[in-house]
Write a protein that binds this ligand. Structure first.
Ligand SMILES: C[S@@+](CC[C@H](N)C(=O)[O-])C[C@H]1O[C@@H](n2cnc3c(N)ncnc32)[C@H](O)[C@@H]1O
Length: 303
């Protein structure tokens, strides 16, 4: 299984062993409508791929990754790490930076990280170099998140880790796979996607922000009840055209229920809801789940 080199918040990597067997076997075009870290599409077997996410810096980063060869992209990442004197534990170890693995590298990286962050926030030209720098910033940021404030400034503090061997390996495998796929990337709101060309051989996967547990992907807006309803309308329309879809969502969490989802499922008995094991392979989810009863589901419209 290939993992996103972005450690994306809300990424489906851990759920893949449950999701993938539920997907159709033959897929012409796979549409990852809310691709985020691309954890899903990167592991799906299809002839063509459309990756979409409304977060445009993320999509532009993927376009640069797609354009540059794997080794070229990695060597430019390393050049930026050297230029800003960011830590490189795979070459020098934690001790060299006066740090240890438990407490992490943020005390050493704060200065270099802020210098890189300032340069990114001050940049007026968003060229290839800008997006590779942005990737480095994400790798060194707190929880590897991508978060811009309403002035468009990246505002996360430095995180505990750096471009260590595991991250480099993830990046290399991801880039190699992206280069092999016939993939296009777009950064539309899901309502603006042109899905007219899809046929019943294609498959749309929707993994939106969850209405009742919504993590903040950016500070400029979350996910509203109207977004939820519009997405269901889009999925209904696909169904009318015999196009297969799968929707990830959470029906219940910490005492909250997604009533819109419940009503939609009741109104569409032909859709199949599969309960997933949310505790899969994750101790902190297991602890949370005992107290909170999270019901992670997949809704599909095919047998
Ligand atoms: C749960 S994440 C997807 C994670 C992804 N499946 C993965 O495994 O890495 C949801 C994504 O939806 C995107 N998003 C939020 N609102 C959107 C909209 N209106 N249209 C398209 N994408 C949107 C967010 O930027 C975020 O990346």
């Amino acid at each position: 299984m290939i993992q996103s080199p972005l450690n994306y918040t809300g990424g489906k990597y851990r759920l893949l062993p449950q999701l993938l067997p539920l997907f159709p076997e033959q897929i012409n075009t796979f549409v990852d409508l809310f691709c985020g870290g691309c954890n899903v599409g990167i592991n799906v077997d299809a002839e063509h791929y459309i990756y979409n996410d409304s977060c445009s810096p993320l999509v532009r980063l993927y376009l640069v990754m797609q354009k540059l060869g794997t080794e070229k992209f990695i060597s430019r990442v390393e050049k930026i790490i050297r230029k800003y004197h960011l830590s490189d534990v795979k070459k020098k170890g934690y001790k060299f930076y006066g740090c240890n693995s438990r407490d992490g590298l943020s005390s050493y990286n704060r200065g270099p990280y802020l210098a890189l962050r300032n340069d990114i926030n001050a940049a007026t030209v968003h060229n290839e170099e800008y997006y590779i720098r942005l990737y480095v910033l994400i790798v060194y940021s707190f929880n590897n998140q991508i978060r811009f404030n309403k002035n468009g400034e990246f505002n996360l503090p430095p995180g505990k880790r750096d471009f260590n061997q595991k991250m480099q390996d993830k990046l290399r495998t991801f880039l190699d796979t992206i280069h092999q796929q016939h993939a296009t990337f777009s950064s539309h709101d899901f309502r603006q996607m042109d899905l007219d060309g899809l046929t019943p051989d294609d498959f749309v996967y929707a993994d939106p922000p969850y209405l009742i547990t919504c993590a903040s992907y950016n500070e400029q807006g979350g996910w509203s009840e109207q977004d939820e309803r519009d997405l269901y309308a889009l999925l209904d329309e696909l169904s009318r055209r015999n196009i297969r879809f799968a929707l990830s969502n959470v029906l219940e969490s910490k005492g909250r229920k997604n009533e819109i989802l419940k009503e939609w499922l009741e109104a569409n008995p032909a859709y199949r809801m599969i309960e997933l094991d949310y505790t899969y392979n994750n101790a902190s989810y297991q602890r949370q789940n005992k107290e909170s009863k999270t019901r992670e589901i997949l809704v599909i419209n095919y047998p």
